[in-house]
Every structure is written in C-alpha cells, then in structure tokens.
Design a protein around this ligand. Structure first.
Ligand code: PLP
Length: 399
C-alpha cells in the first residue's frame, strides 16, 4: 500500500486518480482540472511540455544517471556553469542533491562547518523565522517552526540551537545583539513564507538582515526552494539582497524530476578549500547531479529566459489583483497577493472544509491547508484559466 503524505491514513479521502496531464490540466478518468497548486509549486511550465519531455528522452538515450563520486558529465557541468552565470553575484558553487530538504540540510551543515574549519566551535546556533518551513528532515524541521514538529519537542524537550523571531526589524536587531557570537547562520524563506501560511513580508527586513550578518560575521541563507524562479515576482529574491548560500529546489527542473541545489558564494567555498582533507564537505546524495534532472533543469531555465517568464508572472499578478479587487467576506481574515501567489486566509479553518471537492467540481485542483486557500499556478496559464481558478475561490464564499 501507499502511505500518503501529511494525512491520517484512517480518515483520508481517496486521492484523485491522475491518468494524464497536459499544460495546466490534470486529467482524472472523469474530468480535467486546472492544477492551481502546480504540483507543490514546481510545475511552472505545465505538464508534458514538449521541450522538457524531449530533453529527458534525449538524455535517457545516453544514460539516466551516473554518480558524481569520481565521475562527471556534461548535463551537470552545463547546469552548474549556467547557474554560476545566471545567479547574482558570486553565488557560483553548486552542490546538488535530490530534494529541497536535503539541500537545506547541506546549507546548514555548510554554515556550521564553515566556522568549525576556522577553529570556531562556538557558533552552533541558527537564527530562523517564526512560521518557517524548510522541509521535513530532522534539522530542516528543527529550523522550521511547524506544529508537525511538536511531537519531537515532546520527546526531546525544547530546542536550544535554533532561535525563532518574527519578521520585524526590532526583533531581528534584538536577536543579533543578544546572540550573534553563537550564530553561524540566519536562514529565511525570503519575502514569502510558503508552507507556514503564504506569509508575505517586506524587503527592508532582508536588507537589514544582510547588514547585521555582515556586521557580525554570520552567514545569510536564503531558502528559495519555493520562492525561486519567479514566484514572488522577482526572478530570485537573491537578486535584491544577496545571501551567502542560496537553496533552490521545486521549480529547478520545472517540476519534472526532483532535484535541488545548495549554491554557495566564493567566500563560503573558500572556507572549505584547503590542503586539509578534514576541511572537505562530507556529503554526497546518491542521486546528486542526476543527468535527467540536470537536462530538464537546463531546458527549464532556457525556457524561463527565452520566453520571458518574468513578464508572464507580472501578468499573472496583474490579473490576480484585478480579479481579487474588492473581494471580501466576513469569514476572511486577509487576501494576500505577491507575484504568482495568491492566498485567502480565513478566520476559521472549518470554513474551507469541502472546498477541495467544490473546486474539483468546478474543474480546479486545489489543496487548501489549515486556514489557507491559495493558488500558485503554472506560469503558462492563460488568462481565462486563471480567472476560472480565482472565480472558483471567490464562488466558495458566495454559495
Ligand atoms: C518544499 C520546501 C522545502 C523542501 O523541499 P522538498 O523537495 O520537499 O524536500 C524546503 N523549503 C521550502 C521553502 C519549501 O517550500
């Protein structure tokens, strides 16, 4: 049997059976529906994109995978060269892994060892945000601020190596003043906190964080697994404020094959570059640099650039603002829009019970969680399709 994610298996409703997918549409045996979730925010070009499918097929004709221990290949070389050129500043050093959570673990391990390699063993703490989500592996859960982690706290007691702060500059300054000597890194989902509830905050917070990290010699890590590749309306938030380590995942391959990257600046890399083998980064996921994933990622980035995806995202945001203008309901706490993300937060999660089925009947796949009804559509969506997604969200409150 399949053990499904984030579900009580005893009470879970049967998932939709997907038999085909094309463009923004998922097809069940009964009907087709627009995927307003982009398969967990990753399928930015839609499904069965001929260019991506062909890139994978062509690479499969050569080899699907070889390990990166002692071997290398053109797709991974080209992808790292592309990212080096494409990402801002000196974010040049790409460590690949098979999922966002693992790439996060790598970033945290990098930050800790960066100081250890300098003989500084006191910087064991990580500063993070309230409502943060960085993945489901253990350290990623720990830097996260998620109720799903609470069973661990029950078992082991309070966590002491992670400090959580709200996205307020006074709280940020206070935390740095109080514990900068013990911090190796400050980790954030920049501008948009996804799984923590599509929470949006101001760039001024990140600019101040950059200053404080410089002042106190703390590494700034951006988890752009969700925000990267345009979701916030910026190509990367790292284009606005440069982190020392940037983590990419989800849309990296256009959502075609799971892959992720932890991209370090030259300065971070140089903290490991040594004649001493003990200073090496001891990590190596079996499927890092998978050739099919790299081939898909290269084509995904090429499409993103050549077909001017940033203007597609600006259009999605403009249509969303137009359609949601003036929309409100007493059961709604807030409507938030940023780039290719719209979230309707309700006051009581019960308000959203039954919405997924309602959306399905209206030809939209949606997956609300807790108090959040949201859409993060594939960027190739047509205007009328996007309007249908937004109309479905609004119609739920007008029944
Ligand atoms: C999804 C997500 C992760 C984890 O990525 P996986 O590929 O699911 O392991 C980490 N950080 C953020 C911000 C995410 O949205």
């Amino acid at each position: 049997m399949i053990w499904y994610p984030y579900q009580q298996m005893k009470t879970m409703k049967a998932p939709f059976q997907i038999v085909d997918a094309q463009g923004v549409y998922l097809r069940t045996p009964e009907r087709e529906m627009i995927d307003s979730v982009s398969s967990w925010w990753s399928v930015i070009h839609g499904y069965k994109h001929p260019t991506l499918t062909r890139a994978i097929q062509d690479q499969a004709g050569k080899f699907c995978h070889v390990m990166l221990g002692g071997l290398t290949h053109e797709p991974v070389q080209k992808l790292s060269a592309k990212l080096e050129q494409w990402l801002p500043g000196d974010l040049d050093c790409c460590f690949f892994s098979d999922s966002g959570s693992v790439a996060m673990e790598v970033s945290l391990k990098m930050a800790l060892q960066y100081y250890m390699n300098r003989g500084d063993k006191s910087r064991t703490k990580v500063l993070a945000l309230e409502h943060a989500y960085h993945g489901d592996t253990f350290k990623a859960m720990e830097v996260g601020d998620d109720e799903d982690y609470h069973f661990v706290l029950e078992a082991y007691g309070e966590k002491t190596d992670v400090i959580h702060i709200p996205t307020r500059i006074d709280a940020l300054e206070e935390a740095f003043a109080r514990c900068h000597e013990r911090l190796n890194s400050f980790i954030v989902e920049p501008l948009l906190q996804g799984a923590g509830g599509m929470r949006m905050y101001d760039i001024a917070f990140l600019k101040r964080a950059r200053e404080l990290c410089d002042q106190y010699d703390v590494l700034l890590i951006f988890d752009e697994v969700a925000t990267g590749f345009g979701r916030t309306g910026n190509r990367f938030v790292a284009d606005l404020v440069q982190p020392d380590i940037l983590v990419l995942g989800k849309a990296l391959t256009g959502g075609y094959i799971g892959h992720a990257a932890t991209v370090a600046s030259r300065r971070v890399f140089s903290g490991f570059y040594s004649d001493d083998p003990a200073k090496a980064l001891m990590h190596g996921p079996t499927f890092m640099g998978n050739a099919l994933a790299c081939a898909a990622a290269l084509e995904s980035i090429r499409l993103f650039e050549e077909e001017d995806y940033m203007s597609k995202i600006a259009r999605i945001e403009a249509i969303t603002r137009r359609e949601m203008a003036g929309f409100g309901d007493e059961r709604i706490k807030e409507v938030r829009i940023m780039g290719g993300c719209v979230c309707v937060e309700v006051k009581d999660p019960k308000v959203l019970e039954g919405y997924q089925q309602f959306a399905y009947e209206h030809g939209v796949f949606s997956r609300p969680f807790l108090s959040y009804m949201y859409a993060m559509v594939p960027y190739v969506i047509e205007e009328e399709e996007l309007v249908r997604v937004l109309d479905t969200m609004k119609a739920w409150f007008r029944r």
